[in-house]
Design a protein around this ligand. Structure first.
Ligand SMILES: C[S@@+](CC[C@H](N)C(=O)[O-])C[C@H]1O[C@@H](n2cnc3c(N)ncnc32)[C@H](O)[C@@H]1O
Length: 188
């Protein structure tokens, strides 16, 4: 697999896509998760700051769902407000711990859809950056419903319009910044 020279030898966007094709999403992150960094981290940080500027994001307990190496958490930590962060990702533990001093739940979307987050909630905000589109489409309604039972708000950042979020949440804001699509929801 080719490596992204501009990113210190880490996989670039094209090689990540090729990795998904070669190994499947799960197989790709099982192999590369501990080395994960998002090449769009600057844009993600700016987009989160813009979302907060449009309407302050909730303080309190924050779950960073499919947290990678903490891209969204590190951006949220720069904003005003007292926040307690919890990461959640089954594959990127070493990458998270290398940059973020907060606890990690190693749960995947299937376990969350089955209610595994329930004992860890409630959360004032769930943020999911560049990951919700990776959930299997058939699992998405159950996953969204389970998230809406433990999170008061959901902030989704993604490189495109997927996935549609039509269970458990109502959209309250949406915009695009540097090709990062930001959507904000409240639990119904
Ligand atoms: C493109 S990365 C995004 C990471 C980080 N949130 C960011 O903004 O850079 C996708 C993340 O989804 C996680 N992931 C992949 N499949 C998953 C699954 N089935 N359940 C939970 N997380 C999963 C990966 O481990 C990875 O951290």
């Amino acid at each position: 697999m080719s490596r992204g020279a501009a990113d210190g030898g880490r996989p670039g966007v094209d090689s990540v896509r090729a990795g998904y094709v070669e190994h499947g999403v799960r197989g790709y992150y099982a192999r590369h998760g501990d080395d994960y960094r998002n090449p769009h981290e600057d844009a993600i940080g700016e987009a989160i700051a813009l979302a907060d500027g449009r309407r302050p994001l909730p303080a309190g307990r924050v779950l960073d769902l499919a947290c990678g190496s903490g891209e969204a958490t590190l951006a949220l930590a720069t904003l005003d407000g007292e926040r307690i962060f919890v990461g959640c990702d089954p594959y990127t533990g070493d990458a998270w711990r290398a940059r973020v001093p907060h606890p990690l739940l190693e749960l995947d979307f299937t376990a969350i859809a089955a209610g595994a987050l329930q004992p860890h909630g409630p959360f004032d905000l769930i943020v999911c950056s560049f990951a919700l589109h990776l959930a299997e489409r058939s699992r998405l309604p159950g996953l969204l419903w389970a998230l809406s039972r433990v999170g008061a708000e959901l902030l989704v950042l993604s490189p495109h319009k997927r996935p549609a979020i039509d269970v458990g949440f109502e959209q309250i804001d949406a915009f695009v910044h540097r090709r990062v699509r930001v959507r904000r929801f409240v639990a119904r």
